[in-house]
Design a protein around this ligand. Structure first.
Ligand code: ADP
Ligand code: MG
Length: 642
């Protein structure tokens, strides 16, 4: 029997589906023939089946890398219900559970293992995997590996190298949103041939696209008008800020709509209530930040509104993709305001580290010796660079061939004995008992808990960190102690001698500025879409490299609504008043505001690790120039400095 016949039978017997959906067969066939594949299918099209099914037919383990813990959990439950040996390793697991899964893995009892990308960066996990027969590596949200993509994740950059190191040739990269550029970057990274890039197309003929440029103060009225005129049914209104979600939900409720807010700042319980109610509702509205939607599989969403500008067309496409999964008409309306452009732009500018901070951080890192470990949190605080940006910078250093990550570990360990030390030690032979006794002696006793700095103890005892951690884990597993771990650190090894510091800094600065430029360009693509002449559907598809033949016939433009240009926001003049203000803030000599970029962030209302530590967000001048574009404030601040 041929591979594809086997695949069809598994589709029926294990998954209970009668036929493949678009693209699935092509992707699965190529994988079964041993080639790497990139699958670009819209959300909900059935990407997961493309690795779940081969996983059952191939000899060996399928490793699925996914950044979304909630989705991993759903999928593992789905597979386990169908009798598939699937498991996940993520940060939410209890240590005992995680160890059980690792045991299953070592004993070849698993067919599918879902892991978070950070997990793959761990040296220990890498060792384990290198002893396992990995048949297939599936990389979900594969666009995250593209540094030029809209959602770059530093740890993804290392996945391709990892696949090579592990000798895994069969890779399935999956994404719902990739521009042609990003798709070709992903394909190149994993050695995927053009013929094995499977793109099903994004066109969703039932989505009715509307886009308005408007003044911020007109948005409420426009939204109300659309809600009243639109198709009644479950509706999502996306906003940027948590506060807007609350305010707008209140406003809509006041207007008689069944509206609730949803954002990451709410507690889990409340979030579940809102989500469950929405899943069950026939006409409710959720006003949400982008925290809402991943894993929402509700087929009859009748409208998705963007009250605030999304930061890219990739985000936009993903968010409107949740509407009308049942194939019935759904309205997708975007309100574009100039203020949002400013806010989104300033977030981006605020993230770019200063050249001084990069230089200081480099000096520190390169002075740490041949093997060392860091806490991204501490570095972030010390150098006033956001934590994610520190992680990006460390990844750049890996890609520059200067460092190699050896894996994350917890440095601060607390334990509480659940039996007497005599009882514990009595279970081991003499050398092990002696080792444990030494470790116990290093611990600092507290009222209930004993504290250990694992790195320090390793140095004192001339032992490896791993042996000490393994011993403590073992004690916990046996119920001898209760363990608490904190202080996540990342271990590294230097792989070259000393690079030219100035050149390196220049390259890194350029890389960050390039990122900044691309992020800003993405915001502008959304604006251009909102103000576009001609068919909006065609316009959106073109961004993703797809051609619509003819016009869609039912978007705002096809229905005869002309584009409205963005109302200009009057440029605020920066004069002597502002100059005095800058000078006054400077004269206060805040440690967190020594560089012009730091001061600019402060004036634009952007917090940084140092400014939030100094509680500068409460300063009367914080955000005083939040209505001015960051580059203008930066130039102004520089002119005052000189
Ligand atoms: P994606 O990852 O592309 O967003 P999923 O893999 O989560 O989509 O699949 C979405 C839904 O489609 C799931 O409920 C899945 O069970 C279902 N599905 C996938 N393939 C098929 C098929 N061939 N026939 C019927 N349903 C399918
Ligand atoms: Mg998916």
């Amino acid at each position: 029997m041929s591979d594809i016949d086997d695949a069809r039978r598994t589709l029926r017997e294990t998954f209970g589906f009668t036929q493949f959906r678009g693209g699935q067969e092509q992707a699965i066939t190529a994988l079964l023939e041993g080639r790497p594949v990139l699958a670009v299918f819209p959300t909900g099209a059935g990407k997961s089946l493309c690795y779940q099914l081969p996983a059952l037919l191939l000899d060996g383990l399928t490793v699925v890398v996914s950044p979304l813990i909630a989705l991993m959990k759903d999928q593992v439950d789905f597979l386990v219900r169908r009798g598939v040996a699937a498991a996940r390793l993520d940060s939410t697991l209890e240590p005992v559970e995680a160890r059980r899964i690792l045991d299953d893995l070592r004993a070849d009892r698993l067919k599918l293992l879902y892991v978070a990308p950070e997990r793959l960066a761990s040296e220990r996990f890498f060792q384990t995997l290198s002893k396992t027969k990995v048949a297939l590596l599936a990389v979900d949200e594969a666009h995250c590996i593209s540094e030029w993509g809209h959602n770059f994740r530093p740890e993804y950059l290392k996945l391709a190298r990892l696949a090579r190191r592990l000798g895994i040739a069969r890779v399935l990269a999956l994404t719902a949103t990739a521009t042609p550029d990003v798709a070709s970057q992903v394909a190149r990274a994993f050695g995927i041939a053009d013929a094995d890039v499977v793109i099903t197309g994004f066109h969703r003929p039932n989505l009715e696209l509307h886009a308005n440029a408007c003044a911020a103060e007109d948005r409420h009225a426009l939204l109300l008008k659309s809600l009243k005129a639109g198709l009644a049914g479950p509706t999502i209104v996306y906003v940027t800020l948590q506060k807007t979600a609350e305010d707008l939900a209140d406003f809509l409720a006041g207007q008689g709509f069944d509206a609730m807010a949803y954002h990451a700042g709410m507690n889990d319980e409340r979030r579940h209530v809102v989500q469950d109610q929405f899943m069950a509702c026939e006409a409710g509205i959720v006003v949400a930040t982008i925290a809402f939607g991943m894993g929402i599989d509700k087929s009859n969403i009748r409208a998705v509104y963007h009250f605030n500008l999304p930061k890219s067309l990739e985000n936009f496409a993903q968010e409107i993709g949740r509407a009308g999964r049942d194939g019935e008409p759904a309205r997708c309306e975007l309100f574009a305001c100039a203020e949002d452009v400013l806010t989104l732009g300033n977030f981006t500018y605020g993230d770019t580290p200063t050249p001084e901070a990069i230089a200081d951080l480099l000096k520190e890192i390169l002075g740490l010796g041949p093997t060392f470990d860091i806490s991204a949190y501490d570095l972030s605080q010390r150098h006033d660079i956001r934590q994610l940006v520190v992680q990006t910078l460390m990844t750049y250093l890996e890609l520059e061939g200067i460092l190699e990550a050896t894996g994350p570990f917890y440095s601060d360990c607390k334990f509480r004995p659940l039996r007497s030390s005599g009882e514990i030690l009595a279970q081991y032979d003499a050398p092990r008992a002696a080792f444990l006794r030494q470790v116990f002696r290093q611990a600092r006793p507290g009222k209930i808990w004993f504290a250990l700095d694992v790195s320090e103890v390793a140095r004192n005892l001339e032992e490896t960190r791993e042996r000490i951690s393994a011993a403590l884990n073992h004690l916990e597993e046996k119920g001898d102690v209760e363990l608490q771990l904190a202080g996540l650190r990342q271990g590294y090894r230097r792989t070259t001698g000393d690079p030219d510091l100035d050149e390196l800094r220049e390259r890194l600065v350029a890389r960050f500025l390039d990122r900044e430029r691309r992020d800003i360009a993405r915001v502008h693509s959304v604006l251009e879409y909102a103000q576009a002449e001609g068919c909006l559907t065609g316009r959106l598809l073109a961004y993703f490299g797809e051609t619509l033949v003819g016009d869609c016939g039912h978007c705002a433009r096809c229905l005869g609504e002309p584009p409205i240009p963005l109302p200009p926001v009057p440029e605020r003049a920066l004069g002597s008043l502002e100059q005095e203000m800058v000078e006054r803030v400077r004269s206060e000599r805040h440690k967190a505001l020594t560089s012009s970029r730091q001061l600019t962030r402060f004036l634009c209302g952007l917090v940084s690790p140092a400014s939030s530590r100094s509680k500068l967000a409460k300063h009367p001048q914080f955000a005083a120039l939040a209505d001015v574009p960051f580059p203008r404030v930066l130039d102004f601040v520089k002119s005052v400095y000189n």
